[in-house]
Design a protein around this ligand. Structure first.
Ligand code: GAR
Length: 188
């Protein structure tokens, strides 16, 4: 059984979708550890409530490479095969990228390469696109970039608010992340 390390910063709904898929047997993997760079992340509570190992590894004030060395240590201690970024809002350095070369994936709430960065849903909404969506991709040093694994398109409807659109994208994210993992896990 391949071991997943999931990195979060907040709500953790993508992590939860992955964890439910593991519980239901839709995903043949084990969640070895959930790590948050923000101690207050709601996702850590969810992980603990699900009986998973949840580690708070605060990043505030820690130099990026030094932080990544801590991440690598925790992930290696847990024999992680694949690192899943799930709303992890911190740029990784070569320390992490090289330690888990080709084994770090991320989800982003837009059809990359459009609208990288923060508030991608609002960026797309404000631009006026009629179709946006979400992307799962391999992680490289550049933010929200790297070889694309899968995408899902989500329409922007005439009376949408940013909130409506974000909710519709989030539902697509949960499905897309699980489907992509089902696929990736057969290849590593
Ligand atoms: C998700 O929408 C995810 O795609 C986004 O953060 C949210 C986290 O939600 N990630 C990025 O924007 C990465 N650049 P969650 O904590 O409920 O999974």
């Amino acid at each position: 059984m391949k071991k997943l390390g999931i990195l979060i910063s907040g709500r953790g709904s993508n992590f939860e979708a992955i964890a439910r898929a593991v519980q239901d047997g839709r995903l043949q993997a084990q969640i070895a550890v959930v790590i948050s760079n923000r101690p207050e992340a709601k996702g850590l509570e969810t992980a603990r409530a699900m009986g998973l190992q949840a580690v708070s590894l605060p990043s505030k004030g820690v130099e990026r490479s030094a932080y990544d060395r801590q991440l690598v240590q925790v992930l290696r201690q847990n024999n992680v095969d694949l690192v899943c970024l799930a709303g992890f809002m911190r740029l990784l350095t070569p320390v992490m990228i090289q330690a888990f070369a080709g084994r770090i994936i991320n989800i982003h709430p837009s059809l990359l390469p459009a609208f990288p960065g923060l508030d991608a849903q609002k960026q797309a909404f404000d631009y006026g696109v009629k179709i946006t969506g979400c992307t799962v991709h391999y992680v490289i040093e550049e933010m929200d970039a790297g070889p694309i694994l899968r995408q899902a398109a989500v329409p922007v409807l005439p009376n949408d608010t940013v909130d409506d659109l974000s909710k519709r994208i989030l539902a697509a994210e949960h499905q897309l992340y699980v489907e992509t993992l089902q696929d990736v896990l057969t290849k590593i």
